[in-house]
Each structure stands twice: as C-alpha cells, then as structure tokens.
Design a protein. Structure first.
Length: 372
C-alpha cells in the first residue's frame, strides 16, 4: 500500500486557476479506512459492530450513506454482509455462489477487492494531481446559466470505497471509488462535472429556494417530481449524454433512462389529471416509486435530452432554476419532435394545471409556452 495511505486523512489543498484563495481539499480518509478493515477481514478477523459504526461515522461515509442508503438500514446491513463474505477466506464458497447468482452487492464488493491496487494508484495520483479540476468546470458550465459560472470556494472532494454512486451535498462531494475509477474510461471529468453542477446551481441543495413560497398541501409530490427531474436531468447532460453516445454505454443508458421514461411520464400525466380534476394528489412516495428510486434521473434525463435535441438549449438554461417551466418546455420540445422519436406529451388538462402551478409558485420571469 502506498505510504500516502498510511494516514487516515489525506487533505491536499490545490489552487484552482479561477483566482487566488479559491481552493478545494481532497479527502481520502474513508477509502483508507475501508482498506484497513478489509485487510483485517482477509485474516478472518470479524468486522465488529463497533468497528462498523466507527467506519460509518467518518465524515465522508456519513454524508454518502445518508444520501445513498438513507434510512434503509436493512440495505446497508446487506452491503456490510457482502463485504464480510467477499473478503473473509472462510466464506469463499459462499462468495463464489453469490457471484455466480449475480447478486449485485457481492459483484460490486468483489470488484473493489479485485481492483484494489488500481484504486489505490488512482487515488494516490488524484490526491497529488487531480487532472479533472479544470475539465469538470468546463463541462459543468456547458449546461449552466451564465449566472452560475463561478468557482466554488473551499470545495471538498471526498472518496469512499462504498457503493457505486456519488453525491453532492452542502458538506461537499463524495465519490465512490467504483464510480470515479470507472468514469475515467468514458471521459475525464464528466462525473465530477455532474456533481459540481449541483454545487454551482445551488438550488439542488435547498428545495424551496427556486419557489416563491413553500409547497402547499397537496402540491408536495408533484413539485418533488418536477424539481428532481430538472436537477438531475440538467446535470445528466454533462455525463450521461456522453455515455449515451459511447458504444460501450449507450445500450445501458437507453435501457435505464430512455425506455422506461414514456411509461413514467404517462403515469405522471394521469396523476396530474386526477389532481387537476379535484381528486387526491399523488404523494412524493408515489412519485419516488414511479421513478424507480432514481431521485429524478428518470425521467429527468429523457426530458432534458428531448429539450436539447429539439433546439431549446438556451431556454433550458434560462429556466434552470424553475422546475415548472422545465416541464412546460419539455412539452413544447416533445410536440416539436423534429427527430420523430415520438416522446410522450402531457394532456391538455395537465398542461393547464402546470400553468396554474407556474402562476402560483414560479419566480417572476416568463414561462415558456406549451403550444407549438
């Protein structure tokens, strides 16, 4: 293991080219701690509850687990079990059975085990010289309004060896090593750009900031859907659009984010029509389940991509902080559909209801028309 990993916390301050005093730190403490506990597991030393709690209490892990696993303690416990089985030699027969069955947590943790040296080398190099720093700003700016083209002072970039995701929170950005390492083969800096996008636009971290007043009873679910779709859909243009064009990733992107999108939009439209007619409002829980727990990537990426492909990039960026305008702009792009992909459109009743919500909540700026 490189000497730089013998400490629990590695903070390297690097100046950004954007100006003096603007800096960020790179925190590898959580990844280093993971390798420490898995070294013990390799010697069949059990992972005690106390050691597991201590590991999860590390700042980066605390942010990551809260965002990715949430309150699902059973799911987190299942992930812990996968770590124990994969790394402890006495469980090798069970490990092989789980891998043969394609159990994802076991496949993922096994990937961490097999690529540990590559991950350590990648993180050591990243800590010394993160080549993506300028690229991530360039890519993030491409899908941000000019008012958000700024450097993020005191940005903390953290790496953990848990899961296969990344999250952007007020405490900083936390990347799983699996995600960060894998994205290097696609295009350097696009994963970082996606998470930086959330930081720079800001509203992604403050739910009510882009509305003139808090969500009223009955509106919470729909506003959650629209806001989440905008936040993730716009940021997805920095990375998932690149993956969509890549031969190695295109099929997966379409399978995950495009093929299910029409069904999600049709069911959302039905729920809006019921609400518009005075019926019960669909809850946030309903919309979370409808979107497959994607937190807005589905149908957000499909919607943002449809808007972009039909020539509405500038209006999209102009309304980057207005989720209701985003939905109406999607309607306009879907109706235009110059690529003849037949994206679903909202019903007239739903459009009228969205326009009512725009008058009720949106910031005082023009709302795009939903007509041709």
């Amino acid at each position: 293991m490189p000497a730089s990993f013998t400490r629990l916390l590695l903070l390297l301050t690097l100046l950004l080219a954007g100006g003096p005093g603007r800096a960020q730190t790179i925190d590898t403490e959580a990844a280093t701690a993971y390798w420490k506990i898995t070294d013990a597991l390799r010697h069949n030393e059990p992972l005690t509850d106390a050691k597991w709690r201590e590991f999860l209490a590390l700042p980066a892990n605390k942010v990551y687990v809260s965002s990715i696993f949430g309150s699902d303690t059973a799911d987190l416990a299942a992930y812990r079990r996968a770590i124990e089985v994969v790394y402890m030699p006495r469980h090798d027969s069970l490990r092989q059975a789980k891998l043969k069955a394609g159990r994802w947590y076991y496949v993922l943790v096994n990937n961490y085990k097999e690529h540990e040296q590559e991950h350590q080398a990648f993180l050591a190099e990243t800590a010394k010289n993160p080549a993506y720093l300028e690229k991530m700003y360039t890519y993030a700016y491409e899908y941000l309004p000019t008012r958000a083209h700024r450097k993020q002072p005191a940005l903390q970039l953290c790496y953990t060896a848990l899961g296969d995701d990344a999250t952007s929170q007020q405490a900083g950005i936390v990347f799983s090593l699996y995600d960060a390492y894998s994205y290097q083969r696609v295009r350097l800096g696009i994963l970082e750009a996606h998470e930086l996008h959330h930081q720079l636009l800001g509203y992604a971290l403050t739910p009510a900031e882009n509305l003139t007043r808090p969500a009223q009873p009955g509106d919470e679910g729909l506003l959650w859907l629209l806001r989440s779709a905008l936040i993730e859909g716009l940021a997805d243009l920095t990375d998932k659009q690149v993956q969509l064009a890549a031969p190695t990733d295109s099929a997966e992107m379409r399978q995950r984010y495009f093929r299910p999108a029409p069904r999600v939009l049709h069911q959302a439209d039905s729920a809006i029509q019921v609400q518009a007619a005075g019926g019960p409002a669909a809850t946030e829980r309903f919309y979370r389940r409808l979107t497959g727990g994607s937190n807005g990537h589905l149908p957000g990426f499909f919607m943002a991509y449809t808007i972009l492909q039909n020539g509405y990039r500038e209006p999209l960026l102009d309304h980057a902080d207005d989720p209701i305008a985003f939905a109406l702009l999607y309607q306009k792009a879907a109706q235009k559909d110059k690529h003849h992909q037949h994206p679903p459109v909202f019903s007239a009743a739903s459009v009228r209801y969205l326009q009512q919500l725009a008058r009720k909540y949106a910031k005082p700026q023009p709302v795009p028309s939903a007509t041709k």
